[in-house]
Design a binder for this molecule. Structure first.
Ligand SMILES: *[C@@H]1O[C@H](CO)[C@@H](O)[C@H](O)[C@H]1NC(C)=O
Ligand SMILES: *[C@@H]1O[C@H](CO)[C@@H](O)[C@H](O)[C@H]1NC(C)=O
Length: 256
């Protein structure tokens, strides 16, 4: 083989390796969250589902947003009341959020209907067992419409689709450094996985992965658009599976 032929072969192999294998799962959701090996989602009417084997089974209750991660399973309902899954029941938690994320190092974070950003430290998050347990939320500066946490950092987007990173988040200091770092790009939602991968969704319904994210470079290096055959409404990633809810509410997972 000539050198060109070898190069061409390698290039082909590389492209094939990058191509995603996507599989549709029966059911319809409007939002999905994967973390800690589990997958939860809510359907357009608010019914709550979790993946059990190869199909989604329904939990009791109604939520508009659900999240699973090291902090447990948390959700908010249509009137923005926060809930945590305790012994198979959704117990109410003081405070109001329109979106909550359980992906931090055993702490939760989220945004309220006014766009204010809050987090609840690991001690309160993990011990919360229902009304009576302490739950004092810490407010972060600024306003966001979506906020998601991973092991080392949290990422958010505001109503202008600007992207922000919060460093220094720890189980005891869930608010982090309190200084937002703006990241170039325009996104309408963003999700950080339990292993620290960052995926964003733009207003066109295209998914982008933040490249170069590492413990020593939390901001990463740039966005890479994921080549998908559909427009997406919600995205989440866990343990090698990229979970997508299409604009038609179909559920798909993709692997490399
Ligand atoms: C939201 O949650 C609260 C607290 O559990 C509950 O009282 C309320 O009925 C729920 N709202 C809806 C619309 O389900
Ligand atoms: C994106 O996917 C389409 C359809 O599967 C394919 O034809 C195209 O070559 C892909 N583009 C890249 C850059 O991988």
């Amino acid at each position: 083989m000539t050198r060109t032929a070898v190069l061409f072969l390698l290039l082909n192999l590389w492209i094939t390796c990058l191509a995603l294998q996507c599989t549709e799962v029966p059911g319809r959701l409007k939002q999905i969250d994967a973390g800690n090996g589990q997958v939860f989602g809510v359907c357009p009417k608010g019914d709550i589902f979790t993946l059990y084997g190869s199909s989604f089974i329904r939990l009791q209750g109604l939520l508009k947003h659900v999240s699973v991660g090291p902090a447990g399973v948390w959700g908010v309902n249509s009137t923005n009341q926060i809930h945590k899954l305790v012994k198979g029941d959704w117990v109410p938690v003081p405070g109001m959020l329109k979106q909550v994320d359980a992906g931090g190092k055993m702490f939760v974070a989220g945004v309220n209907p006014g766009g204010l950003v809050f987090c609840l430290g690991a001690e309160a998050t993990t011990k919360y067992a229902g009304p009576g347990s302490p739950a004092s939320w810490t407010q972060l500066p600024g306003k966001l419409k979506y906020y998601s946490c991973g092991p080392h950092s949290c990422w958010g987007v505001n109503v202008e689709e600007q992207v922000f990173l919060m460093k220094g988040v720890t189980p005891t200091a869930c608010a982090g450094s309190l200084e937002w770092q703006q990241i170039p790009g325009a996104l309408s939602m963003i999700e950080v996985s339990t292993d620290g991968k960052v995926y964003g969704l733009d207003s066109e319904g295209d998914v982008h992965q933040r490249e170069g994210v590492a413990p020593c470079n939390l901001a990463g290096t740039g966005w890479r658009k994921i080549n998908l055959s559909q427009k997406v409404r919600h995205v989440s990633y866990d343990l090698g599976y990229l979970w997508l809810v299409g604009r038609d509410n179909h559920i798909t997972y993709c692997t490399e």
